[in-house]
Design a protein around this ligand. Structure first.
Ligand SMILES: NC(=O)C1=CN([C@@H]2O[C@H](COP(=O)(O)OP(=O)(O)OC[C@H]3O[C@@H](n4cnc5c(N)ncnc54)[C@H](OP(=O)(O)O)[C@@H]3O)[C@@H](O)[C@H]2O)[C@@H](O)CC1
Ligand SMILES: Nc1ncnc2c1ncn2[C@@H]1O[C@H](COP(=O)(O)OP(=O)(O)O)[C@@H](O)[C@H]1O
Ligand SMILES: [K+]
Length: 547
């Protein structure tokens, strides 16, 4: 799994590599700067064909040092380069100072003050070669300014951002926003954003199109929604050895989920000639009352498509006809809260073959729902608790205390705040200093308190285990799937997790795999998807994965 590091973890591995004598800080900075230049040319090959103009903003720390390296290398490439420094050159850290001086042999450094960017951009426009012209066929070529593009490089702050910017810097950054054209590059972090949480600490942050980070991405790159302007994300290999005992956060990718043929068909999950439907588990999903059964039906469809051998919808007698008229392969069983009628849940659960439960979607928050959640939790079976079940847990401490290690909670932001109000308050408080409390911190704390896996939804879905393991399923950058924010898609996700629990996945792996496949289905479908489509897309996604 790609390990995502916090600023402190990154600093620790860098310091260890330097202390071991394997590499110097100066060499790392050189590799970082070179990597940025290579990333620029890889991203925009047209820029490598002729010389252009770069405006490099350098900050007072080592991020600024990287900026001086980039400036020098672009100058050596024949570019016109303007460098601005925010801060006192005498106070630069040693490696940044060396690169400041190396750049000083090639060009000047101007102080970064309000107005300096306006003047720089004016100079760029004066020098620009306009190519508006009729081409051979008589068509007007509308490309302007292609002869000499200005590339903006943000090397102000990286992992060392600690506090809100002073007003003069805020003024400069707002100017920068006006000039953030096609070619803008963030070195390690968009300056102003916290590399642990993705939150805006500076009071403003610098927009870019390309983000280049070093060695391994930082946790904050995949949290929050402030990096929507970044179209391309690249990681430069700094080429040093490291490993860390720290609790790093994993970025979920295909290879981590053991979805390859061996993994997928392993551990009793195998669908072979010798197995039958009961080998793949039996999921029971509770439906709400009349007019409220759609959510559970979506979840049931998801559980069946992801491979549970059997899926039964547990319906209240009053909704039986409604559900019966809508389902075919999914079975149906009348389930009450066990308070006197036949077919109480306690009776249903005597069937040991039912090995995964899902409760919450469309359930309602009345007495029936509460009694069902209680009985469900008493059985200690693998259980997904979503939607209304989460509200019920939030309302009743005794019920919350019944959670056990085989549960998976799947809150969205609102449900999370109801369940863990104090944690949500910390998470949602305005970030004023770095590193800021992050969604990863919050989800880990919640999982520990609940004693079970918590999957905190969003484009940055965070999944945490009470033992501290944590991963992010990102639907950002090249995996963006904003059309997944549609009514009922969370119900399908709950069903996916339940289906995998039925197939024998442990709760953490079920949550991770389901979340990843959920986004894959959305990406495969594209804009226009509705929740019903998601389970139906699974066979195609599986086929494309070679399963
Ligand atoms: N790790 C690696 O392997 C490698 C890391 N590398 C690079 O180093 C970067 C990290 O460098 P870094 O630690 O020097 O931090 P950085 O982001 O430059 O900022 C610190 C400076 O900013 C200042 N400052 C903070 N907040 C402020 C504010 N609001 N307003 C004003 N000032 C503020 C702070 O001042 P202080 O708080 O100490 O007064 C300090 O002077 C990393 O992102 C990467 O680009 C590569 O070179 C190669 C390998
Ligand atoms: N902008 C987004 N990009 C990608 N996925 C998203 C985005 N917003 C929400 N999602 C995902 O969509 C699902 C919505 O779930 P939820 O809020 O419970 O909806 P519902 O209750 O309607 O089913 C979650 O899996 C969440 O991670
Ligand atoms: K930066």
């Amino acid at each position: 799994m790609t390990e995502l590091l916090t600023a402190a973890q990154m600093r620790a591995i860098e310091e260890a590599a330097i202390a071991s004598g394997e590499v110097t800080g100066l060499e790392l900075m050189e590799r970082a700067g070179r990597g940025v230049v290579e990333a620029i040319f890889e991203e925009w090959p047209e820029l490598a064909q002729t010389s252009h103009r770069a405006v490099v903003l350098c900050g007072p720390g080592n991020n600024g040092g990287d900026g001086f390296v980039v400036a020098r290398l672009l100058k050596e490439w024949g570019w016109e380069v303007e460098v601005f420094l925010y801060g006192d050159p005498e106070k630069l850290p040693p490696d940044a100072k060396v690169n400041y001086e190396r750049w000083g042999e090639k060009g000047e450094v101007a102080p970064l003050i309000p107005g300096s960017l306006d003047q720089s951009v004016d100079r760029g426009l004066e020098n620009a070669i306009y190519k508006d012209q009729y081409d051979a066929s008589g068509t007007w070529e509308s490309e302007t300014n292609i002869g000499q593009q200005t590339i903006f490089i943000d090397a102000l702050f990286g992992t060392g951002l600690k506090r809100r910017f002073e007003e003069d810097l805020l003024d400069v950054l707002k100017e920068w926003g006006d000039y953030c054209y096609e070619y803008a590059v963030a070195v390690d972090m968009p300056s102003g954003l916290c590399s642990d949480s993705g939150k805006c600490i500076g009071g403003h942050w610098v927009f870019s199109k390309l983000l280049v980070t070093f060695e391994t991405p930082k946790v904050g790159h995949f949290l929050g929604h402030n990096m929507y302007d970044i179209k391309s994300f690249k990681t430069v290999d700094l080429n040093f050895h490291w490993n860390t005992d720290a609790d790093t956060v994993g970025l979920l990718g295909y290879t981590d989920l053991q979805l390859d043929k061996d993994g997928w068909f392993d551990n009793g999950m195998q669908k072979t000639l010798r197995t039958h439907k009961y080998s793949h588990g039996h999921a029971l999903i509770f439906a709400g009352g009349p007019g409220k059964t759609g959510a559970a039906r979506l979840a049931a469809r998801g559980a069946l498509r992801i491979g549970a051998g059997l899926v039964t919808l547990g319906v209240p007698p009053s909704a039986q006809m409604e559900v019966a008229s809508q389902v075919t392969a999914i079975m149906l069983r009348r389930v009450t809260d066990g308070s006197g009628e036949v077919d109480g849940l306690d009776v249903t659960l005597r069937d040991d073959r039912i090995n995964a439960l899902c409760i919450g979607p469309g359930l309602g928050i009345g007495a029936r729902g509460e009694a069902l959640v209680k009985t469900t939790l008493e059985g200690k079976r693998a259980t997904v608790l979503d939607a209304d079940a989460l509200t019920l847990l939030a309302q009743d401490k005794a019920l919350f205390d019944c959670l056990h290690k085989n549960c998976v909670l799947t809150p969205h932001g609102g449900e999370f705040a109801r369940l863990f109000p104090d944690i949500a308050e910390k998470l949602n408080a305005p970030a004023t200093k770095g590193p800021a409390y992050s969604k990863v911190d919050a989800t880990r704390e919640a999982a520990k308190r609940a004693g079970c896996v918590v999957l905190f939804k969003g484009p940055d879905t965070v999944i945490a285990h009470p033992d501290g393991r944590c991963s992010i399923n990102s639907a950002q950058y090249e995996r963006a799937a904003p059309w997944l924010a549609t009514a009922g898609s969370g119900d399908v996700l709950a069903g996916f997790i339940t289906g995998l629990l039925a197939r024998g996945f442990d709760p953490m792996r079920a949550a991770e795999t389901a979340a990843w496949l959920h986004v894959e289905c959305a990406r495969s479908l594209g804009p226009g998807l509705i929740a019903e489509d998601l389970p139906e897309e699974l066979p195609k996604v599986f086929r494309d994965l070679g399963l």
